[in-house]
Design a protein. Structure first.
Length: 257
């Protein structure tokens, strides 16, 4: 049996795609069929799809269900929002929180991310906390400072007991998302070590070991293995490639060999 600290997480983020439930079912069913044939305790495969589709899929299949966001209150007059209870009841196991697109287009702050992580944990789901720098911040040499701030504020007042074996952190350099380019494996490794250093200052070594760090940004079946094997990270957060069943499955297969 693979130890939890050795498991690789392959997380697909469909964002605001595909356009219909029929399309979603076609993609997911192909993925699920292949995942069943090559199932392995080495891998945790997750698809984070639009809210609208979640209740139409089997939460007990080989591929786990994830959501792309949630709200920090459990219920109330919050038009357009979705609670952790709603997500949990349709079988969601993971929730992406603090994605760069929500920070950029919807003004999501570190304080809001903190509240959402707490709500996710209270709801019995695993948060995937996204951190990363813009191209401008990178050029100014501020990448480390940005990531430190995002982590410290996102995890404020969250205890070791709260996150042990539950939290995942995804490093997504914003300038690499959808660009077709990725940082060097040395750069990604450096950020991974920085994240571990920050977590070790906030919590114990057990939390560092129990917190998978993922990489996200222009991941393909051609570069996926090196992005994990050469960086010491524990998985990938995949955007566009996760909408192509064969490509997503091809990525998963790289880690089942």
């Amino acid at each position: 049996m693979t130890q939890e600290k050795e498991k690789i997480y392959i997380v697909g983020n469909w964002k605001m795609n595909p356009p219909s439930l029929d399309d979603a079912e076609t993609i997911f069913d192909e993925m699920e069929n292949d995942a069943y044939r090559m199932r392995s305790d080495k891998i945790e495969a997750v698809i984070c799809m639009p809210y609208l589709f979640l209740s139409d899929f089997d939460a007990k299949g080989e591929i786990k269900l994830g959501a792309q966001n949630l709200f920090w209150e459990s219920r109330g007059a919050y038009t357009g929002e979705i609670s952790s209870e709603m997500l949990r009841k349709v079988g969601v196991k993971y929730v992406i929180i603090g994605h760069s697109e929500r920070r950029k287009y919807l003004g999501e702050t570190d304080e809001m991310v903190n509240l959402k992580i707490k709500a996710c944990l209270d709801g019995g789901m695993r948060p995937i906390l996204c951190v990363g720098e813009t191209l401008e911040e990178r050029k100014r040499g501020e990448a480390g400072e940005v990531i430190i701030r995002q982590l410290e504020q996102a995890l404020q007042d969250i205890t070791e007991k709260d996150i042990y074996g539950k939290l995942l952190i995804a490093y997504e350099p914003i300038w690499a998302i959808g660009s077709g380019t990725t940082p060097s494996t040395d750069d990604i490794m450096g950020v991974g070590l920085l994240i571990k250093k920050i977590i070790s200052k906030l919590y114990s070594r057990e939390i560092v070991d129990s917190t998978p760090i993922l990489y996200g940004g222009s991941v393909t079946s051609q570069n996926c293995f090196d992005l994990v094997d050469k960086t010491g990270l524990r998985g990938l957060l995949i955007g566009g490639a996760s909408l192509e069943a064969r490509e997503f499955v091809g990525i998963v297969k790289e880690f089942v060999k």
